[in-house]
Ligand binder design. Structure first.
Ligand code: HDE
Length: 705
């Protein structure tokens, strides 16, 4: 990481040395080379421990300007959190283009092979407040700001390619229904309550998205293991003014991975920052998260022939029908310097497009184009939010906008209007008909009406397609989450209405959910605006498990060690995992570490109480005989093993640790997901087994409800 003090200019005022930072701020250098603490006005502070008082035990003096300024600033530290997507985490990086795409777009990032465009990405959950846990069942925001040479392009997407609603006018209702109920102020970051399901069950257009949200997609293992989507159909426009429709995809290079619901619930307690910590750790350790940008390109003919309306954001275009072409990669290689300045103040606006990128008439997108700019004013408090470094373009920019709260950039010189008769630089900027942004001249017309087109009427066919495209275990997870969520709904009629809707998706699914809820009978299917098509071909790309990762890279394995643990096995494991680019974390009874069989102290990363197995993709239990005896009655150790087993994780173990497995109710030979490490190639076998991610065969045995 670069040391910002390197950029500092040192000047001398009288006897005092003053450092000037790159932002122009100054610090007086006091004792031992440290800058002197000053007020915001620059006055040096002599005492930051005590308020100014009249007499040792007397009242505080109003003239204590240092105290008043400090508290005043503190009182105003918060800005309004985002109405949605309040909980988020961002990082810097770049987009690298593979090959020129000049035939389809004149957008700057796609003009040359190897061209790099700086980016800032913010991932988020939607429903929870800023301090809510990371593993809520929710859609994840995947917002990318590309600082192109022709302005900022914001691709403000999600990790799910469809949305709940078709028209932006329903967004406030959707979000009101999803967030805490207004009278009680809970539940936090959870849709498992009456209001959400009341709304959802009355809005059949939400069904497709509900299938995704009830699937494992809504509880990703981390941001690094999830896809991203631009959702809407956009336009790419080339230099000749020709348009191609496009859907944007982000494909994670490490592959997709999710956690189990029971695991998510426990993760939220063990580490509410699990996702942000994962991103921070990955970047700080040089394992830069990476996604490939994929484009689905199609023309008007395809749009006219396709079974669904390409302007309807509740629909996908299956990848099998229009392949995703990978055109570049997004690499996140730098964490923020300051969370507030960058992640909190970043202001994405869907209206931020650059020449070569254009909108379509998707009614959600059209509504969003109003909402984002508007929301920034109330969050950031000034139209000058564009001047905050994370929001400012990195290309030259010039206009006659001026003044307003916190204006840092103002026109220089006499002229702040156009046209003007001045010449040269002092005459200010001028429009550029050649290089300037030109809207695609789509021909529009028709009656001005509030109407939902008939082409948006099919609410169930793609929901059915999504369900049919999942593996049986993923289908089970979908049914389980519907049952979980609807079991938190107090009003029986809402539960029934939802099941009635789901009969239009899949009868078996509806029956399983009805049974899970203990409904006396499966309700009849609700009437559908358009007859659902249950014959759409399955789309394997929609399943996480049908698309397993190519390697274990980026995963994390937890090793439970005690005093006396076999040092040779630890060393072997460390080597084998390093070769796979897998992180090994040492979990021990004490954070100081454990003295292994070779007499050496191995420092721990986690004390067992703070290192439950939910933090890891797989675990190994390496306790020595004496260590196993010590830990056998320990409840946390039992949880470590029994949770790993219940979450279908691969568990490696040494012979001396078998009593711990027994104590946790896990037979060491219960299934092939338990791998003995002592034998020949034990470690290699374990590492190989872990490639499968989870040992799913176990799930039906450990989950009986
Ligand atoms: Fe957003 N959305 N949204 N949204 N959205 C916001 O903007 C809105 C929608 C998305 O990390 C808000 O700055 C409307 C779809 C992300 O800062 C707000 C509609 C998709 C983020 C807003 C939608 C998104 C937001 C709140 C219905 C996926 C977080 C704070 C038409 C394609 C960006 C803010 C960040 C944030 C409005 C629907 C993605 C209020 C009106 C569909 C990733 O402007």
């Amino acid at each position: 990481m670069s040391d910002s003090s390197d950029n500092r200019e040192r000047v001398t005022y009288g006897d005092e040395k003053v450092e000037r930072g790159s932002g122009g701020e100054t610090h007086q250098v006091g004792a031992r080379g440290r800058p002197t603490l000053t007020t915001a006005q620059g006055a040096p502070v002599a005492d930051d421990q005590n308020t100014l008082r009249v007499g040792e035990r007397g009242p505080a003096a109003l003239e204590d300007f240092h105290f008043r300024e400090k508290i005043f600033h503190f009182d105003h530290e918060r800005i309004p959190e985002r109405v949605v997507h309040a909980r988020g985490y961002g990082a810097h990086g770049y987009f690298e283009n593979y090959a020129p795409l000049t035939d389809i777009t004149r957008a700057d990032p796609f003009q040359k092979a190897g061209q790099r465009t700086p980016v800032f990405v913010r991932f988020s959950t939607v429903a929870g407040n800023k301090g809510s846990p990371d593993l809520a069942r929710d859609v994840r925001g995947f917002a990318v700001k590309l600082y192109t040479q022709e302005g900022n392009w914001d691709l403000v997407g999600n990790n799910i390619p469809v949305f709940f609603i078709q028209d932006a006018i329903k967004f406030p209702d959707l979000i009101h229904a999803a967030k805490q109920e207004p009278d009680r102020g809970f539940p936090q970051a959870a849709t498992a309550h009456d209001n959400f399901w009341d709304f959802a069950s009355l809005m059949p257009e939400s069904t497709h998205m509900l299938m995704w949200v009830m699937s494992d997609r809504a509880i990703p293992r981390s941001f690094r293991f999830m896809e991203g989507f631009g959702v809407h159909t956009f336009r790419l426009v080339n230099a000749a003014g020709e348009s191609t429709f496009v859907k944007f995809h982000w494909k994670p290079v490490l592959g997709m991975q999710s956690v189990l619901w029971n695991e998510a619930v426990k993760l939220n307690g063990a580490d509410p920052d699990f996702h942000r910590r994962d991103l921070w750790d990955a970047i700080q350790s040089g394992n830069f998260p990476e996604w490939e940008l994929g484009l689905q390109l199609f023309d008007d003919d395809f749009a006219d022939e396709f079974d669904f309306d390409v302007l309807d954001a509740t629909k996908i275009i299956p990848e099998e029908l229009v392949p995703v072409q990978r055109v570049g990669r997004l690499v996140l290689d730098r964490v923020v310097d300051n969370f507030f300045a960058e992640t909190e103040q970043v202001a994405f606006c869907t209206q931020n497009v650059v020449p070569g990128i254009d909108f379509t008439n998707d009614p959600l997108l059209q509504g969003r184009n109003f909402s984002y700019l508007d929301t920034q004013l109330s969050r950031l408090g000034s139209p000058n939010f564009t001047q905050i470094p994370v929001n400012a373009p990195k290309c030259p920019f010039a206009n006659f906008q001026q003044d307003g709260h916190m204006a840092m950039i103002n026109p220089v010189g006499q002229v702040n209007f156009e046209p003007n008769s001045k010449t040269g630089a002092s005459s200010g900027p001028r429009e550029n008909p050649k290089a300037g942004y030109r809207t695609y001249p789509a021909v529009e017309g028709g009656e001005m009406r509030r109407v939902r087109p008939a082409s948006f009427a099919d609410h169930y066919s793609q929901a059915a397609q999504f369900y049919a495209s999942q593996t049986p275990i993923e289908q089970k997870h979908i049914a389980d989450s519907f049952v979980f969520e609807l079991s938190k709904v107090d009003t029986p009629a809402i539960r029934e209405r939802m099941v009635a809707n789901l009969r239009n998706v899949n009868d078996q699914l509806a029956a399983t959910i009805a049974d899970g809820l203990g409904l006396p009978q499966v309700p009849p299917a609700s009437p559908a605006a358009a007859e659902p098509r249950l014959d759409l071909p399955i789309s394997p790309a929609l399943s996480i498990l049908r698309n397993p990762p190519e390697s274990l890279a980026g995963r994390k394995i937890g090793a439970l060690v005690t005093d006396g643990t076999n040092a040779a096995i630890v060393a072997k494991l460390a080597d084998a995992l390093a070769a796979e680019n897998v992180v090994l974390e040492i979990v021990a009874p004490k954070i100081g570490g454990a003295k292994l069989s070779d007499g050496k102290l191995l420092p721990a990363d986690q004390k067992i109480d703070g290192g439950p197995s939910v933090l890891y993709d797989a675990v190994v239990v390496l306790a020595s005989a004496a260590g196993a005896e010590l830990l056998a009655p320990d409840a946390t150790t039992k949880d470590f093993i029994s949770d790993a087993f219940a979450h279908c994780k691969f568990i490696g173990y040494v012979d001396s640790a078998v009593p711990l497995l027994d104590g946790a109710g896990v037979a060491p030979d219960a299934d092939d997901g338990l791998v003995p490490l002592n034998g020949r190639n034990g470690v290699a076998k374990f590492v190989k087994a872990c490639q499968a991610g989870r040992f799913w065969d176990r799930e039906l045995l450990v989950d009986q409800t």
